[in-house]
Design a protein around this ligand. Structure first.
Ligand SMILES: [Zn+2]
Ligand SMILES: [Zn+2]
Length: 965
């Protein structure tokens, strides 16, 4: 152990203040190195270049990956932080480039800072190996001129990120023909970060990329790297769509690691106070220290506290988080790497492998939410074989407290699985549109298994967003750039934070702006306070001015939930557990001001903001009146009980699913209008859901058992932050009844008997009303008419009522006949129309009924009508002529036009006129029958492609529609 760290730990042990707070110290033993020689050995130039960087031998995992990739096999390497992962993908690629200078590789990183780091590393090694600089970055910061050059003459290694692949590569496949055709490697770093909604999106982007490459004759090899996760092979498969056999998953790490002390601290005061103390002492002792917080606010607060109480450290410690300007972040990274900064307070933003130099000490303020993140953050420390230390400072949060009082379980807990749902229908739907816009999508597509996406396809087709070719083999989309409407990170568009002179201070993503950027909110940035003056949702900007404030702000909100669809239910002991699609509406009603030191409530201020609405997946517990009465009989507060139960369940949720409590939302309601009883809802906090509630649905018994244990063992009397208080409660943690929640949990689980209720008579069963709609054919007619005058003669198409009927023809399904009507017979026609169950025609509502309206006071628009023109327009968004539709669908054409019809009328040629009119009715009738039979019509697009227009005209569907009109 280095002398300074040793003396630091010893000094802390002596300091009575902290010693009382240390509850456990775990020694993590050092890990020995395992080397391996690849067979055949590395090319001499490359081996020499590596030796020049001090790498004499390869670690076993590096050699294993190299051999796999040489054999053309995909590989995923899941090893801890700082295990030399970049060589895992750099070596095979450089080796290939030496042999095949035309080969191309795409390297994807989840963060821009990582791109910069790797650019330097790869080019350094390539130059030393005599290959010259091989890599260039293509991302949002690349200037347009350079972008063009990179597209026309792509470098051997293109460094980018998934967002750019989505918006700039896949969206313009022709511009990348050469690159895609020569793409040999797809390198993806930090694949464990591609989980949840973002992971589901990236999985679809990769399928689109592979598809475009395949169309150009290439099948790139995947080289993936990950932090240690439970399921690297399965995750790699979900992400890429390719199979990974066990030997393609390299998870034995050959890199050595020095020993580490892992110290669990349960502070007497606030966790942030203890963390600030540790940070200041460590930096003063000359230890390079990183302090991870759970929120941007706490990053700012701890930075402010340390530098205010120790002004001499101000230049040595920085805050770091998303929302800083990119140049601010690059500067901090460089200062850390160069040792100009001795400490940094950061959110998860510095968790990944950005090179910030060697560190001695890591402070985790609160449990990072998962084992993956805990070990990854803790893995940032330790350099050159020197002992290091990790402090986890528990917060007064139920989960933190549970873990810190179960250290054996904490250190034995396995790392979690990374979860992404590659079949998430709303996400797949967005990418099917992108894929179809990039190249028409075959129904037998190799990369998108359409048989798994029937639901998404049906919805897209019905909306006209995806249209099948006339042959039924390929899908097209009418959209030019559907990529622009897809938000991969699901964060909403970001908003700029502008200072009084209009200068950019920082940024907030969409949802965050709504909850943190309201007028009056305090925005903390690099230790300075700004007050929000205005939130401009339309122009996406937040105006702030600097203020001196000793408080921070926290939004208060009200939430409602509507059940859109129930997708599952199961009985559990004394309740019914249900899950389904929910619509959640949240309104920020005001905000609290709390003192920066101590967090005391200073006041509550009302706000008026528009509601925020999203759809998601959730589970809910139906709580029967009998349980409610039992809780009330015991003298407990029922609303307080369900509310406390909701909070406790959400706080324990991360034990069962890979998430943070902030990823989960909850609502408790004593009487839900849809269920007619009390309910506790727990739902995925992101639109569309990421499968968290589904996991909760599967393990509700275990989750409630943990809740019971928590409520039972917490030493507090009436609830505290370690059990039922929630830091993000929208109603200020009121009302909460901890004892009531404990009773309710036991009642729900059947661990406490329900008082016997008088059973009474068996209630009568009310049978549902018999369906009224009959099935089978409807009595229908198909109508068309010709006019005596042209539109231009009566002042335009607004005056169709002045055009007068020359002849009308009605196909009558009851008579199975085409019946002509002269102008004199129009009353008979109108009478017959009233008797039909459905009138079918083409442009009936705007034209034929307009002409007929001159003969009746009835509102013809109320007739049960199926207007084929409107049906097609509803799908395509534009009009089509009967001629075009009949031509493409039936191969038939109209025999004349309206002009000719008026001419025949004037010449007294009623025979040709009636025949022409009848012909149009026949065409319309055939289109209707075709649509009924096939479920679509066909039209020809301007580019010559013949596409299907989906229609839903089966008799039951038409009857259903009529009953709604
Ligand atoms: Zn408590
Ligand atoms: Zn609450």
């Amino acid at each position: 152990m280095a002398a300074d760290l040793k003396s630091f730990l010893a000094a802390l042990g002596r300091g009575a203040h902290l010693a009382a707070e240390v509850v456990h110290t775990q020694q993590i033993p050092p890990r020995p190195a395992h080397y391996a020689e690849p067979n055949p050995p590395l090319a001499a130039d490359l081996a020499r270049a590596l030796a020049g960087q001090g790498v004499q031998r390869l670690y076993s995992h590096q050699a294993a990956a190299l051999e796999l990739v040489r054999a053309g096999r995909d590989a995923v390497v899941a090893t801890p932080t700082a295990s030399g992962k970049s060589l895992v993908y750099t070596l095979p690629v450089l080796e290939r480039l030496a042999a095949d200078p035309e080969a191309k590789a795409l390297f994807l990183f989840p963060l821009k800072a990582l791109e910069q780091d790797q650019l330097t590393a790869i080019n350094g090694l390539a130059q030393a190996a005599g290959l010259g600089p091989v890599a260039e970055i293509y991302d949002g910061d690349t200037p347009p001129g350079l972008r063009r050059r990179l597209r026309q003459k792509p470098p051997p290694v293109l460094i980018s990120n998934p967002d750019m692949v989505h918006a700039a590569v896949c969206a313009f496949p022709q511009a990348w023909d050469r690159f895609l055709g020569q793409l040999r490697f797809l390198v993806i770093d930090e694949v464990h970060t591609y989980r949840g909604v973002f992971g589901s999106h990236v999985a679809q982007v990769l399928r689109r990329l592979l598809r475009l490459a395949a169309a150009r004759g290439s099948r790139p090899c995947f080289v993936l790297s990950s932090a240690t996760i439970a399921n690297p092979g399965q995750h790699a498969r979900a992400l890429t769509g390719r199979e990974f056999a066990p030997e393609q998953v390299v998870s034995l790490c050959g890199a050595p690691a020095a020993g580490r002390s892992f110290v669990l601290v349960n502070p007497i005061g606030a966790a942030s106070t203890t963390a600030s103390y540790l940070l200041a002492q460590a930096v003063k002792s000359g230890l390079a220290t990183i302090c991870f917080t759970k929120s941007r606010l706490h990053t700012e607060l701890i930075h402010a506290w340390v530098t205010r109480s120790h002004p001499e450290l101000a230049g040595l410690i920085a805050g770091y988080r998303a929302g800083f300007l990119p140049e601010e972040r690059r500067q901090i990274e460089a200062d850390l790497a160069a040792g100009r900064l001795a400490g940094v307070v950061t959110t998860s933003a510095l968790e990944m492998g950005i090179d910030i130099g060697g560190l001695d000490l890591c402070i985790l303020v609160g449990y990072p939410g998962s084992q993956i993140n805990t070990w990854q953050r803790g893995g940032r420390v330790g350099r050159a074989g020197r002992h290091s230390a990790v402090f986890m400072v528990a917060r007064p949060d139920a989960l933190d407290q549970w873990l810190i009082s179960h250290p054996a379980e904490f250190f034995a807990r396995p790392v979690e699985a990374a979860v992404l749902d590659a079949d998430n229908q709303p996400i797949v739907a967005q990418h099917l549109l992108c894929a179809a816009a990039e190249e028409p999508l075959s129904v037998h597509d190799e990369f998108f298994d359409l048989s798994r996406h029937q639901e998404a396809l049906a919805q897209l087709s019905a909306a006209g967003d995806l249209l099948l070719s006339a042959e039924g083999d390929r899908y097209f989309t009418p959209f030019k750039q559907p990529q622009r409407r897809v938000d991969l990170r699901g964060a909403g568009e970001s908003m700029a934070i502008l200072g009084p002179q209009g200068q950019v201070v920082g940024s907030l993503d969409g949802v965050r702006a709504y909850k943190e950027g309201y007028p009056g909110a305090i925005y903390l940035h690099k230790g300075r306070s700004y007050q929000v003056q205005a939130l401009d949702l339309e122009h996406r900007k937040v105006s702030v001015r600097p203020v001196r404030a000793d408080y921070y702000t926290h939004a208060r909100s009200e939430k409602e939930t509507e059940i859109l669809e129930e997708t599952g239910r199961r009985p559990v002991a004394n309740f019914l557990l249900r899950q389904g699609r929910l619509k959640v509406t949240e309104v920020v009603t005001g905000y609290e001001r709390r003192r920066i030191s101590g967090g005391d409530l200073l006041g509550v201020y009302p706000l008026e903001l528009p509601p925020l609405t999203f759809e998601t997946h959730g589970l809910w517990l139906d709580i029967e009146d009998a349980l409610r009465k039992e809780v009330e009989r015991a003298g407990r507060h029922f609303m307080g009980s369900i509310h406390a139960l909701e909070h406790a369940a959400i706080s324990m949720f991360p034990l069962f699913a890979l998430c943070d409590r902030d990823d989960i939302g909850g609502i408790s309601i004593p009487l839900h209008p849809q269920t007619g009883k009390a309910a506790v809802f727990i739902y995925d906090g992101v639109p569309g859901g990421v499968g968290l509630a589904e996991q909760g649905y599967a393990v509700i018994e275990e989750l409630l058992a943990r809740v019971e244990e928590l409520l039972d063992t917490c030493a507090c009397e009436a609830g505290c932050p370690a059990c039922v208080f929630s830091p993000k409660c929208g109603s200020g943690n009121k009302p909460l009844d901890k004892q009531g929640a404990l009773l309710l949990t036991r009642l729900l689980l059947g661990k406490q008997e329900l008082a016997a209720a008088p059973a009474g008579p068996v209630p009568e069963v009310i049978s549902p009303a018999a369906p009224t709609a009959r099935s089978g054919r409807m009595r229908y007619g198909v109508l068309d008419l010709e006019t005596q005058r042209l539109a231009e003669e009566v002042g335009g198409w607004n005056n169709t009522h002045l055009m007068r009927v020359s002849v009308a023809v009605l196909y009558d399904s009851q008579r199975d006949e085409y019946v002509p009507y002269s102008e004199k017979e129009v009353p008979a026609l109108l009478k017959r129309l009233q008797e039909l169950e459905l009138v079918v025609g083409f442009n009936l509502l705007r034209f034929d009924y307009g002409v007929l309206s001159a003969y009746t006071t009835q509102d013809l628009g109320r007739l049960p009508t199926l207007d084929l023109l409107l049906e097609v327009q509803g799908v395509l968004g534009h009009r089509l002529s009967l001629d075009a539709l009949a031509g493409a669908t039936l191969g038939a054409a109209k025999s004349a036009d309206g002009l000719q019809a008026v001419a025949w009328w004037r010449a007294g040629n009623l025979r040709d006129l009636a025949a022409y009119c009848r012909h149009d009715v026949e065409l319309t009738h055939e289109l209707f029958c075709f649509g009924q039979r096939e479920g679509h019509l066909i039209y020809e697009r301007k580019d010559g492609n013949r596409l299907r227009v989906p229609v839903c005209w089966a008799w039951p569907a038409l009857r259903e529609r009529r009953s709604h009109e």
